[in-house]
Write a protein that binds this ligand. Structure first.
Ligand code: 5GP
Ligand code: MN
Length: 337
């Protein structure tokens, strides 16, 4: 492992560089990648963001979005060739290569020097350089640190700063999670000084809902929410036909799980979504209950202590039944005062 500061001389010569987020990139993953794209372009590198798959429309305002290569679709070959030929690969917002799903084997086999910048627990040792801090609020926070370490904060443009702001804003739940340190607020203050307008970013991310998305939210809360008071647990299960009924698009269910968690007394919230080929899951907790361990032990997943996800290929009802059957084993942890 080499010190991340030692990357600087490498960045001063023109290189082919791939920047890769985790599958189903969120605002932190995509924002980090696009801020990094904006930075590396200033050194005239041949640089591309290569995403394993699509991301929600409400992220598409980010500067550089139109250049992102999506591996899942028609750009498969182009993405694979670029990764195979790259000199450097930046791996952003994931701590193990399996989170890149369809890109995993290509990144793993690539001859490139790999740089990991991330804040997820459970790091795999695959990178040559790391800026890894599980206590960081967001990978975007670490992108800001990275620019500092490269002594290049002056290269932070407003569009890059907006991407970083969006990543930190969303990963901290709009600056309310316990990861919101004084350092986070200092970085945000710097971003505002550069020219970011918080109200603009907030609107772009949170206030651009379609009518269908809001109706899906209402339907899910009314028809698909189950509260199990004896386990301080609440969950929602959304079927494929529910998604179809509201013409649901990528990202429409993001944040839904937080409504279950917002119920008084609830310590564990889960969201199950039938995506056709698999059931995707989101888990959230308050306090000491580790949903990262929970997802890792039972649902092929992981994440952070209070926010995690997983995936299973059994039918929706089976996955939900399995989840409910696990709760008695965690009753003590979920119900201690
Ligand atoms: P979300 O519920 O928003 O999709 O994910 C919550 C958190 O869990 C995010 O930090 C995300 O990166 C992580 N996460 C989601 N799905 C998985 C998974 O399948 N494996 C791992 N290791 N982490 C996941
Ligand atoms: Mn993140």
């Amino acid at each position: 492992m080499q010190q991340i500061e030692e990357l600087k001389p490498k960045l001063e010569q023109s290189k082919k560089i791939a920047i890769v987020p985790h599958r189903r990139p969120d605002a932190d993953a995509l924002g980090s990648c696009l801020a990094m794209l904006g930075y590396l372009k200033q050194y005239s590198h041949d640089v591309k963001v290569i995403s394993p798959d699509e991301y929600p429309d409400f992220l598409k305002w980010m500067h550089g979005n139109e250049e992102v290569v999506i591996h899942e679709y028609e750009q498969k070959k182009k993405a694979e060739l670029f990764i195979a030929e790259a000199d450097l690969i930046f791996c952003l917002d994931f701590s193990s290569l399996d989170r890149t799903e369809s890109l995993e084997k290509h990144v793993r086999n690539a001859k490139a020097t790999k740089v990991l910048i991330d804040h997820h627990p459970g790091k795999e040792d695959f990178a040559d350089y790391e800026l890894y801090e599980p206590k960081a609020s967001a990978t975007a926070e670490l992108i800001f640190d990275f620019l500092n370490k490269m002594q290049d904060v002056d290269k932070l443009t407003i569009p890059m700063a907006e991407c970083i702001y969006a990543g930190i804003m969303t990963d901290t739940g709009s600056f309310k999670y316990s990861s919101t340190s004084s350092k986070v607020h200092r970085i945000i203050a710097d971003l505002i000084d550069i020219g970011v307008k918080p109200e603009k970013i907030h609107r772009l991310i949170y206030d651009t809902n379609t009518e269908n998305r809001i109706k899906l939210l209402g339907f899910a809360l009314d028809q698909r929410l189950t509260v199990l008071k004896e386990f301080n647990t609440a969950y929602m299960a959304i079927s494929m036909s529910d998604l179809k009924k509201f013409q649901s698009k990528n990202g429409d269910t993001e944040g839904l799980v937080n409504y279950a968690l917002s119920i008084e007394g609830i310590r564990l919230a889960a969201l199950f979504i039938d995506r056709g080929d698999s059931i995707s899951m989101s888990f959230r907790s308050v306090g000491d209950f580790s949903v990262s361990e929970f997802a890792n032990t039972h649902f092929n997943g992981g994440g952070h202590k209070n926010a995690s996800g997983g995936k299973m290929t059994e039918p929706l009802e089976k996955v939900v039944d399995f989840f409910v059957s696990l709760l008695p084993f965690y009753k003590e942890k979920l119900c201690d005062t």
